[in-house]
Ligand binder design. Sequence first.
Ligand SMILES: [Ca+2]
Ligand SMILES: [Ca+2]
Ligand SMILES: [Ca+2]
Length: 257
Amino acid sequence: MHRMRFMALAAVAVITACSNDSVTNVPPAPLPPQATVLTATGNIATKVDDFRNLLGASNGGTAGEQPAGRREISWDGAGANPFDNKNDFPAGFFNSNVKSGAVFTTAGTGFRNDSTLFAEINPTYAAQFNFFSANKIFAPVGSNQLDQLFQVAGQPTPAVVRGFGIVLSDVDLADKTTIQLFAQDGSSLGTFAAPVRSDAAGLSFVGVTYDQAIISRVRITLGTGALAANVNDVTDGGTVDLVVLDNLIYGEPKKAF
Ligand SMILES: [Ca+2]
Ligand SMILES: [Ca+2]
Ligand SMILES: [Ca+2]
């Protein structure tokens, strides 16, 4: 409805411009891609399922580009066990060990897949964090930021996806925990914030889809600080909002051109 009104106004503007001989008839700039945004806090399960359905059936760890559907990382699989609760979880695990088309980078020192609610880093964290899918959750080490890049499942070939969603734990401050989506040319498609936690479980969700596969990279910003032995959360005597992540849900990675 808003878009129709905008187009009607744009048409009026063009007619007005055409009536002025001094204005060159330049074609209007293309509209930016229309994003569908889903957010939830509290009992997020229904909204997460809605988001899964927007992307289609799960392709699991099937190697090779599939015609449709989604991929999902829950961090819970037994294959990750040898790497869990340490600070050097392999950045390429979810396209080499498990063929899910995801690779991670961070300006920090590594990644941690954790089955203890990160209590082995700092015992106070067990009262802050929670899982969505039992029972492992994930965070970068030495940074509160990580990027997810996409590849054709099981191959090093760069890829793009049509949607990306993330489950987060313990978002305490508004507009600090975000996903920023980037197109293949490096331009930003937009930044989308996760809602603040609203109940004892403390989970939040934000997901974005487009009609076409145009997302080549996602920058995930988790609150305002990094996990550390001497750093407490803002609701537990600390000065920074600590946030960790659980399920990542994204469209089938399609070979980028
Ligand atoms: Ca999990
Ligand atoms: Ca908290
Ligand atoms: Ca927090």
